[in-house]
Design a protein around this ligand. Structure first.
Ligand code: NAD
Length: 393
């Protein structure tokens, strides 16, 4: 299958590419891939573990190998032999120039960037270029996944409400109201390519693009990969619920380095991330305990994100107790296999005639579109059931 990655030179993206090619070559085993669990037996008939990658980025690097090497030298997040083993494959992947329209001040941290808008193109010309790039790569087995830097929340606008209005916005070149992630999502859905949003950016989640997905009968899913502290939080919080213990306070303090951390250290870019993290406790518990969620940039950690959590909970006889945990994850290692999983499940969905928001893929996301289920245990049951019914249907 083919995966077109928005943000193809990022650490999650290049780790997914290296991992995907290494899997194909049998250099690594399948640990970390949800789609390879026994409950999803048979998925390889719809979405084999053979990958071709392409994508958009705004950093003018030579190819995905150079990008992967840059990340590897900073993070050493996997065995160097793996990267050497897929070097030739990654050297062939050269990203097309993308757009960073309304991507916020955090984008300045990326260093030198080259964008379509700097060529003085209109919105309609930008969309045409994105579509042309995707089209020249895509076939009937292609999925688009957004793994680009997090954008700020978009400016609220009527243009996002219906497909007609969204297309008017493009026609009238109203750049102020469009963000890059919306334009990529629009292009993908317009071309009939399934779309997954691994970031908290708007992407396909605005009503206009949901309408387009239904009209064009394309499956899509998002938002924001659930990989670290939120994964632990939404797996652990149900325990308190099941034992009828009350959580009175939950503090989460996240520190991380690398580019993602740098971009998120900008207030506007961070806002969308904190919002997507805060909602989960209320959804799991049915009430909203006092909570603090902080994300701070900590350069020396590079891609090793650390989350400190403090939970204050109340049990029988009103007694308050405390629980602390520290999650020391390597962001790209927990995220990369999910990029491959989401792409495989979306292609499976497409082949089974599923379209619109695929709520059943909520298991993979922090803010699942059109679903209030954030309890990881429930989400996993929903995913298994959805797959079982479709694969046998
Ligand atoms: N565990 C995780 O790492 C995790 C979990 C959930 C969500 N995410 C999200 O995944 C995204 C990528 O994370 P990362 O650590 O790989 O970041 P990164 O900074 O290493 O990679 C981002 C890449 O996107 C490119 N880019 C930025 N804006 C772009 C645009 N408008 N169009 C095309 N390319 C663009 C950058 O040049 C860079 O190569 C972030 O939005 C992050 O919040 C990551």
């Amino acid at each position: 299958m083919k995966i077109w990655i928005i943000g193809s030179y990022g650490i999650v993206s290049t780790t997914a590419m290296a991992g995907g090619k290494a899997l194909e070559k049998g250099i690594i085993d399948k640990t970390g891939l949800v789609s390879e669990l026994p409950w999803f037996e048979g998925i390889e008939k719809f979405a084999p573990l053979e990958f071709e990658f392409g994508g958009h980025d705004v950093r003018p690097l030579k190819n995905a190998y150079d990008a992967a090497l840059e990340h590897w030298e900073l993070n050493r997040h996997y065995d160097r032999n793996i990267l050497d083993g897929v070097r030739e494959d990654l050297e062939k992947i050269v990203a097309s120039k993308g757009t960073a329209l309304n991507c916020g001040s955090g984008i300045e941290e990326l260093g030198k960037i080259e964008t379509l808008e700097s060529e003085n193109l209109t919105l309609s010309e930008i969309v045409d270029r994105i579509k042309k790039d995707m089209k020249s790569f895509a076939d009937g087995e292609t999925v688009v996944i957004n793994v680009a830097s997090t954008e700020p929340l978009p400016k609220k606008s009527e243009y996002h409400e219906t497909l007609d209005k969204f297309e008017k916005m493009i026609e009238n070149d109203e750049k102020e109201f469009a963000t890059a992630s919306m334009l990529y999502a629009y292009a993908a859905l317009k071309l009939g390519l399934p779309y997954g949003n691994f970031t908290p950016s708007a992407g396909s989640s605005i009503p206009a693009l949901k309408e387009l997905a239904i009209e064009n009968k394309v499956p899509h899913a998002g938002n924001d990969g659930k990989t670290g502290e939120t994964l632990v939080k939404t797996t652990l919080a149900p325990m308190f619920l099941y034992r009828n213990m009350k959580i009175v306070g939950w503090m989460s303090y996240n520190i991380l380095g690398d580019l993602d951390g740098k971009v998120l250290s900008h207030r506007d870019n961070k806002e969308s991330k904190v919002v997507s993290k805060d909602k989960v406790l209320e959804k799991v518990l049915g009430y909203s305990p006092y909570s603090i969620t902080e994300i701070q940039f900590f350069p020396s950690l590079v891609d090793n994100k650390t989350a400190f959590d403090f939970i204050h909970f109340q049990g029988f006889l009103g007694k308050k107790m405390k629980f602390y945990f520290i999650w020391d994850g390597i962001d790209a290692i927990v995220a990369a296999p999910l990029v491959l999983d989401i792409a495989r499940f979306l292609l499976f969905a497409k082949k089974k005639g599923i379209y619109g928001v695929v709520k059943e893929l909520g298991f993979f996301f922090k803010s699942p579109m059109e679903s209030d289920i954030v309890n990881t245990h429930q989400q996993f049951e929903v995913l298994k059931e959805w797959y079982r019914e479709l694969v046998n249907g």
